[in-house]
Design a protein around this ligand. Structure first.
Ligand SMILES: NC(=O)CC[C@H](N)C(=O)O
Length: 307
């Protein structure tokens, strides 16, 4: 087995670099379409606080759906378990992240909190219980990363709102089934702001350390989640974090993980480390193509698949 080091991460990036041009950069909004497919970065934070990195690990990018883990975390701190899971399911969808098909057949209850429909319900719940959900999220993320400069990319958020037909359709469909309480455009704005959070691999690896440490952010004595809630999130990440690519990802990489169409992936090895990778080119499921390959190599070299 290899030892974790900056050199090992550099070697892995070197191996996957030819794949960066095989993926397709998200182009549903101009702000993302303009990002160069040549970015490639990785950061690993161990439970002892050691940070390893290679490539563009310090360049900020749009975290997109990785934010769905943060909104669920925030909801878990404000709602009882059954209040959440009566409105959103725990099953993989096997469908693209922005699909409407199942939602109609399943009477407006999204399959899980990591597809768009599920995240929109979670944002609706946050809108109900938080006075300033956008400000609150910023505070949480800044604190988790110990980095006060993290912010929303207003350009991305605005662009998302201008191209919001599909997410609006999802939200209105849920409203028609009685599974959406607040004003649709307002909740969409919150959801798009969360998607627009700009963070680097290094910041993401730190941000999600609580998922590798039983709810405790690295170096903190105050847990953000209970052990039980942390286990639940990691279980959902394995089954649903990579959308309709979740099975293939578990097979190849074997870690709870969440992707975003900005090309980022955050992966957790409970009790050991968090890993963040970034390469903007996506595969057919909307997951980073070279990023997945890098995680697969790392998993093999360290022998750290959880299976
Ligand atoms: N998979 C993703 O990252 C999707 C997020 C994107 N902003 C959307 O709402 O469709």
């Amino acid at each position: 087995m290899a030892e974790l080091s900056n050199a090992l991460l550099g070697e892995i990036l070197h191996q996957v670099r030819p794949l960066t041009r095989q993926g397709k950069v998200a182009d549903y909004i101009p702000a993302l379409a303009q990002v160069s497919p040549d970015y490639l970065g990785i950061a690993v934070l161990t439970r002892n606080g050691e940070l390893f990195q290679a490539g563009d690990a310090q360049v900020r990018f749009s975290i997109q759906s990785i934010s769905k883990v943060l909104s669920l975390t925030l909801a878990q701190t404000r709602y009882q378990e059954q209040e959440i899971w009566q409105r959103v399911g725990k099953e993989p969808s096997g469908q693209p992240f922005n699909s409407l098909v199942q939602l109609e057949m399943e009477r407006g209850k999204p399959r899980n909190p990591f597809i768009n429909a599920g995240a929109l319900v979670i944002c609706d719940m946050l809108e109900t219980r938080l006075t300033a959900p956008r400000q609150r999220m910023l505070e949480v993320v800044r604190q988790l990363c110990d980095e006060p400069t993290i912010n929303y990319d207003r350009h991305v958020a605005r662009s998302e709102f201008e191209h919001s037909a599909r997410n609006a359709a999802i939200a209105w469909l849920m409203k028609s089934f009685g599974n959406f309480d607040n004003d649709v455009p307002g909740v969409l704005q919150t959801y798009f702001h969360y998607c627009s959070l700009a963070m680097s691999c290094q910041e993401l690896a730190r941000c999600f350390s609580y998922l590798a440490n039983q709810g405790y952010p690295l170096g903190s004595t105050a847990p953000v989640l209970t052990v039980r809630q942390t286990r639940q999130i990691n279980a959902l990440l394995i089954t649903s974090g990579m959308y309709d690519g979740a099975g293939e990802f578990a097979w190849r990489v074997g870690m709870p993980a969440k992707s975003g169409v900005g090309g980022g992936i955050i992966a957790i090895i409970p009790g050991e480390m968090t890993i963040a990778v970034w390469s903007p080119g996506l595969d057919a499921s909307g997951n980073s193509l070279a990023g997945t390959a890098a995680l697969e190599l790392l998993s093999e070299r360290l022998g750290c698949s959880i299976f």
